[in-house]
Design a protein around this ligand. Structure first.
Ligand SMILES: Cc1cc2nc3c(=O)[nH]c(=O)nc-3n(C[C@H](O)[C@H](O)[C@H](O)COP(=O)(O)OP(=O)(O)OC[C@H]3O[C@@H](n4cnc5c(N)ncnc54)[C@H](O)[C@@H]3O)c2cc1C
Length: 487
């Protein structure tokens, strides 16, 4: 933990670089800090928690938004481009396994309705690869998605499980052996959508930022108030019982679901939503072979909502079930009032966020998740609870709860409010802030230096070691900081 005390007394001279204060060290704040510390700026990252990227879970890359049928094509294209950039920056945080998408028999949707969007995404990926070959991080463009008919899947049922999957057919063998074919409509879709580990991302951001001489990381540092004094922002920061008042030329609010508290300090009215959600960690000891991610579509919030099975090494699987008794919660989605920019979650959610989940609730909801998945994969009924839930509150700017690609807003001078809904949007937010700093003459020109050199020398081994330490510190199995497929 570094101190922010030294910042409070520093005096700005003509030559000293502009001082940028980033409040919130989640994926947004940390990614922005990485970009800004590559510029001639003096960057301070203030995080109230004990470590960086310690917010709600991040488990899917969302390279094309294929997990959401309801979002528009433009959001899907944006998420595709943003995910490509994210893979370049956080290469060692991804688990490079494909995602299988199935439409259940009980669902009114049809595969043919999904094809125009998939074709559009494939063409856009192809265009991005032609534009820059370094964008080829999701495999060959023509393989972005593949359709698998029932007879092709049936032919895999008797095939031996490969030690290491190489082809799409290899990936489908464990699915073919366990899926209840009668529950789904064919063809299946396989998409190049990968996993993303919040623990590996936290490790990468921490190692890269600690190496930046102009970035001061202050963990366990909570911003309690903000005032504008003589054109500067003066923050009140509490760090382990010690209060300091660092001053900054420009501040960035990257406080996730708590962004509204910072807006309230500076009397900035905004409209936003906050949603509490959870995913469940299970262990399936009878699991055989290496699994892809498997998604069963469904209508959000109904008893037949989407089911997501996310694989980790060692037989661990994370489950999202978009129903009210698994991932979603009654009154878990709240909007702010006209008196405050901060939506107020009910005390039962705040208790879960800041203290503990009742053990009985963990048991009940994890079991609901297992049963939900067993509808499609009957042998999954033998899975057990594998750890505490992955949970958190997610901010959504505006009033549209289906918004997934969001960014950064500049409502006051020298103040940026970053509200991302998906981790992959953090890089665009950083670029927009660099543009604003340039407009305000804090930076000389628009040139955005390549950031991947800051993370690319970090070894897979180093990230695994620190990622596992973070997973354990936060009370999760080490497997969640590991991955099956590297690149
Ligand atoms: C169940 C669930 C599953 C999800 N799955 C995915 C997924 O698969 N992929 C994906 O891309 N996204 C996923 N998300 C969304 C993703 O987690 C969020 O979009 C992302 O964490 C937002 O990042 P952030 O940095 O904006 O906010 P956060 O990660 O919430 O970070 C904000 C930080 O600000 C700090 N902070 C707050 N107030 C203060 C203060 N006053 N002073 C100092 N520090 C402060 C907090 O401690 C926190 O660390 C999921 C969310 C949930 C709830």
């Amino acid at each position: 933990m570094l101190s922010v005390m030294s910042q409070s007394s520093s005096v700005s001279t003509k030559k000293s670089p502009p001082r940028i204060g980033i409040i919130g060290g989640g994926v947004a704040g940390s990614t922005i800090a990485l970009h800004l510390s590559a510029q001639p700026l003096d960057v301070t990252l203030l995080e109230q928690g004990p470590s960086l990227v310690n917010g709600p879970p991040i488990c899917h890359l969302h390279a094309g938004g294929n997990l959401y049928r309801e979002i528009d094509q433009q959001q899907c294209l944006t998420l595709l481009r943003q995910s490509i950039d994210t893979l370049k920056l956080y290469k060692h945080s991804a688990d490079y396994r494909p995602t299988v998408i199935a439409i259940p028999q009980r669902d009114p949707g049809e595969v043919k309705h999904l094809l125009p969007r998939l074709q559009l995404l494939r063409d856009e990926y192809h265009r991005l690869v032609v534009q820059n070959t370094e964008n080829k991080v999701l495999g060959e463009p023509e393989d972005y998605y593949t359709l698998i008919e029932r007879d092709e899947l049936e032919a895999l049922v008797t095939k031996p499980l490969p030690a290491q999957p190489h082809t799409l057919q290899d990936w489908l063998i464990p699915v073919a052996k366990t899926l209840d074919f009668n529950q789904i409509k064919f063809p299946l879709i396989i998409v190049q959508e990968y996993g993303l580990s919040v623990f590996r991302l936290a490790a990468t951001a921490t190692i890269a930022l600690e190496a930046q001489p102009n970035c001061h990381i202050a963990t366990q540092s909570q911003v309690k108030n903000i005032q504008r004094i003589d054109g500067q922002w003066q923050l009140t920061v509490e760090q382990q019982g010690v209060t300091s008042h660092p001053q900054f030329d420009y501040i960035i609010n990257a406080c996730g679901y708590q962004s509204g508290t910072i807006d309230d300090y500076i009397a900035q009215p905004v409209e936003r939503l906050v949603e509490f959600k959870a995913a469940y960690v299970t262990q399936w000891s009878q699991c055989q072979g290496q699994w892809p991610e498997v998604i069963f579509y469904g209508e959000r919030g109904t008893p037949n909502g989407m089911a997501q099975l996310t694989p980790y090494p060692g037989g661990y699987f994370q489950i999202h079930g978009m129903t009210q008794d698994i991932t979603l919660f009654e009154q878990g989605l709240v909007k702010n009032s006209k008196h405050s920019a901060q939506p107020q979650l009910a005390p039962r959610f705040i208790n879960k966020l800041t203290k503990q989940w009742p053990p009985q609730l963990i048991k009940e909801r994890s079991q609901n998740a297992i049963d939900f998945m067993a509808h499609f994969i009957p042998s999954f009924a033998t899975a057990d609870i594998g750890g505490k839930p992955l949970f958190g509150a997610q901010q959504i700017p505006g009033q549209d709860p289906s918004l997934r690609a969001a960014g950064v807003f500049f409502n006051q001078k020298n103040y940026a409010r970053c509200e991302i809904v998906k981790a992959s949007s953090a890089i665009d937010a950083a670029h927009a802030i660099i543009d604003d700093l340039t407009k305000l003459s804090f930076l000389d020109d628009h040139l955005i230096p390549a950031i991947s050199p800051l993370t690319s020398p970090i070894t897979d081994k180093n990230i695994t070691t620190i990622g596992i330490a973070l997973a354990k510190e936060r009370g999760y199995p080490a497997a969640l900081a590991n991955r099956n497929i590297k690149k």
